[in-house]
Design a protein around this ligand. Structure first.
Ligand code: PAF
Length: 283
């Protein structure tokens, strides 16, 4: 696997592959790679000739009270996993090259409407940081396709809308969530859970499935379904931030006319906020 740390170096590899008519898939990550990331890489590999993964713990998407310093950095292990899976290149950008004049001086990408609710409300500025770094990475790498996990469904929609709004020439693919046998969505945050908490965390997906089943069976009182789900989770000891049945595209609260829905949930066990979602198609 090739490694590049500078933009010039990275562009040389990409140009060489493009000159040989090869297509490029790009998977941006913040490292601390797990099975979920590996499924993104595999998807990229199935869609293109060359696959590039970036690892960059982007300071711009962390709030003042969030722990950028303590975000788990496991570079050696990450590189071994990427080697093993046959990724072609790992790009390790430096903050000084991406933000040469610091975070305050960089132009910002604000993706309208989609970023105000849910994770955006909980983490002001977070999606601006994500969209800005992803736009920069797209312009540096110039991939044909880029794969994002649907576990972070709002992020996947934000990136898709940015690509639409700015007419970027890259296809965004949403990859299905990888799950443990219990149904728990694979996430870097799972490492903060002890055994009992891990067991309990499986309830989130069960409640999502139960609610989706009821919608599929014709229940349309979304408000009541949401309240029941929040009650079930809270009674089991979670602190539910939101559990919302939404239009899968614009993430507004779903109406009875909507056919493609997604239920977004964030529920915390002690200090660990767990995100998950389930899609529903009523066509
Ligand atoms: O999902 C992530 O790991 C990050 O938000 C991303 C897309 C790599 C941007 O920093």
């Amino acid at each position: 696997m090739y490694q590049a740390t500078s933009i010039t170096e990275l562009r040389q590899y990409v140009q060489h592959w493009k000159d040989h008519g090869q297509s490029i898939a790009f998977i941006p990550t913040m490292g601390n790679l797990h099975a979920g990331h590996m499924s993104l890489i595999e998807k990229g590999q199935s869609l293109s000739d060359r696959t590039i993964c970036s690892i960059f713990v982007n300071p711009m998407q962390f709030g003042p009270n969030e722990d950028w310093d303590h975000y788990p950095r496991t570079l050696e292990k990450d590189i071994a996993l990427l080697e093993e899976i046959g990724c072609d290149l790992v790009y390790l950008p430096t903050a000084s090259e991406l933000y040469p004049e610091g975070l305050e001086q960089i132009s910002q990408v604000q993706v309208t409407d989609l970023t105000d609710h849910y994770e955006g409300a909980h983490r002001p500025g977070h999606f601006t940081g994500v969209a800005t770094v992803v736009l920069k990475l797209f312009n540096i790498v110039r991939p044909d396709v880029s794969v994002f996990g649907k576990k972070d469904y709002q992020q996947y929609r934000v990136i898709s809308k940015m690509v639409e709004d700015f007419n970027l020439d890259v296809q965004i693919i949403g990859q299905e969530t990888t799950r443990e046998a219990s149904g728990l969505a694979t996430s870097s945050r799972n490492q903060y859970l002890d055994d009992a908490q891990t067991k309990k965390a499986a309830l989130i997906y069960q409640v999502l499935q139960q609610t989706a089943d009821q919608v599929n069976q014709g229940e349309r009182d979304f408000e009541a379904l949401q309240l029941r789900a929040i009650k079930d989770l809270d009674e089991a000891g979670f602190k539910t931030d939101y559990f919302c049945i939404c239009n899968a595209d614009n993430l507004l609260p779903a109406t009875t006319e909507d056919r493609d829905l997604v239920i977004l949930v964030t529920a915390a066990i002690d200090q660990t906020r767990l995100l998950d979602n389930i899609e529903i198609s009523l066509w």
